[in-house]
Design a protein around this ligand. Structure first.
Ligand code: UDX
Length: 439
């Protein structure tokens, strides 16, 4: 099949390249000329493992090409995926300006039946609004609007696309359903076909649930800290219950990234527009903020005040295997430490260029060992593999102090303390620890 992805960011580029991998012919559209130039040369503007080799291979084979013109894609392709950003407005609602523009351009360019698919996350009932928008612009040409939400994790997006838990297709016409089902047939994945509104809602409901699961384990971690229980063991015990499952039960400094913070707020706003107060999700956000705030407090307590001290932050990206800094907990942590008078040194394997734009006042280092040089405290903010294999004796030798703040519970506390560090993690306890028991 011949299809277009409009918007070549994380979602669009991965979607386009993976559809080419499935044997379809793809046109990628983006309004950024420098991005189009790079893509035509086989260079991915984003860091996503496995993406660039696939992009290069399918460019060579002519299965994917790139253009700046939406109308050109609308003329040539029967199926068009909307993959442009839907960033949050100040009140939490999704900004649909880019989606509106894309769909208007498609309507200008289409000359026969077209299937327009929402891939970007949009609020429920956006499809209905887009139907009206297209109908107001084209006469005597049939079309369908469908929802096919993405569930791609950054860092493993290619694998997630090619081996999904499920493909969700929402539409109100059989023709649209069968076109989309056929596109995904090579995947052999479970496909759920629903009405348009239900598919739109599944996306917000899924991401909010996952964020809720993380905040739940983080809230339990806070209870562990006060009672001498260990969150890592508690999470295993919880996760062995099949109804709960072991995933998304890692306690830490909170979730970040483009999806969870934004989708949670959007879902709260959608509920509000319907006259409902989704208070449960507001609490999820509060717990998430409490995690980075509590982590800063722990570092401050360990050092008897961070003012004038040097803190080494290892990892900045909101999670490993991505250079994405959007909504990363490292941002408020670093900003707060600076405001409190600390000197902040840092290293991240791939996110430093993006980090410099939002955190210009940190001292950026070329590796973890340079970062900890002369530091009073080291704090792990992202669980990159290379931090798991650090020579912690060498780290200790190069540090001035011995405070070790493990924001991702990467290390066994006893082992760290045996090396002469003072350890704090998230919800951890171990034999012999000094315990602030409250009960
Ligand atoms: C997420 C969803 O997983 C994906 O389905 C959706 O389409 C987009 O949003 P992503 O944001 O790339 O993907 O990352 P994910 O791996 O889900 O992690 C999100 C955040 O949650 C990260 O900051 C991560 O550190 C945090 N997290 C995740 C935890 O703190 N604990 C966990 O147990 C899992």
């Amino acid at each position: 099949m011949k299809l277009a992805v409009i918007g070549c960011g994380y979602v669009g580029l991965v979607t386009g390249v993976c559809f080419a991998e499935l044997g379809h012919t793809v046109i990628g559209v983006d309004n950024d000329p420098s991005k189009i130039r790079a893509l035509r040369e086989g260079k991915s503007p984003i860091y996503e493992p496995g993406l660039e080799p696939l992009l290069a291979a399918h460019l060579r084979e002519g299965r994917i090409r790139f253009t700046e013109s939406i109308q050109e894609a609308a003329k040539e392709c029967e199926v068009l995926f909307i993959c442009v950003g839907t960033p949050p407005l100040p009140d939490g609602r999704a900004d649909l300006q880019a989606v509106e523009y894309v769909v208007s351009e498609i309507a200008e360019g289409m000359d026969s039946y077209r299937l327009i698919v929402e891939k970007s996350t949009v609020p429920v009932r956006t499809g209905r609004w887009l139907e009206d928008l297209v109908r107001s612009k084209v006469k005597n040409i049939s079309f369908d609007i469908a929802s096919n939400p993405e569930f791609l994790r950054e860092g493993s997006a290619v694998g997630d696309f090619l081996h999904p838990d499920r493909v969700v297709i929402g539409c109100n016409s059989e023709k649209a359903a069968s076109l989309l089902v056929n596109l995904y047939t090579p995947l052999n994945a479970p496909v759920l076909v629903t009405d348009l509104a239900s598919a739109e809602l599944i996306k917000h409901a899924s991401n909010s649930f996952l964020a809720m699961k993380i905040s739940y384990i983080n809230a339990v971690a806070q209870v562990c800290e006060k009672t001498g229980a260990d969150i890592n063991k508690v999470a295993v015990g919880l996760g062995l219950d099949k109804r709960i499952g072991p995933d998304f039960l890692k306690a830490g400094i909170g979730y970040g990234g483009t999806c969870f913070p934004k989708d949670l707020r959007a879902f709260v706003s959608i509920a509000e527009e319907c006259g409902l107060d989704f208070g449960l999700l507001k609490e999820v956000e509060k717990v998430n903020d409490a995690m980075w705030q509590g982590f800063v407090r722990k570092i401050d307590d360990m050092l008897g005040g961070v003012s004038g001290k040097t803190i080494a932050l290892l990892g900045l990206a909101f999670k490993p295997n991505t250079d994405d800094m959007r909504f990363a907990p490292s941002i408020p942590i670093a900003q707060t430490l600076l405001q409190m008078g600390a000197k902040v040194k840092t290293y991240d394997p791939v996110a430093m260029e993006n980090a410099k734009k939002v955190l210009p006042h940190l001292q950026y280092c070329s590796d973890a060992y340079e970062t900890v040089d002369g530091a009073d405290a080291v704090a792990i903010l992202t669980e990159w593999n290379e931090f798991k294999t650090l020579d912690l004796n060498m780290v200790k030798e190069r540090m001035k102090g011995n405070a070790f703040a493990d924001g991702r519970n990467l290390f066994a506390p006893e082992r760290i303390e045996q090396m002469g560090y003072a350890y704090v993690g998230i919800g951890r306890s171990w034999p012999g620890m000094a315990l602030p028991l409250s009960v």
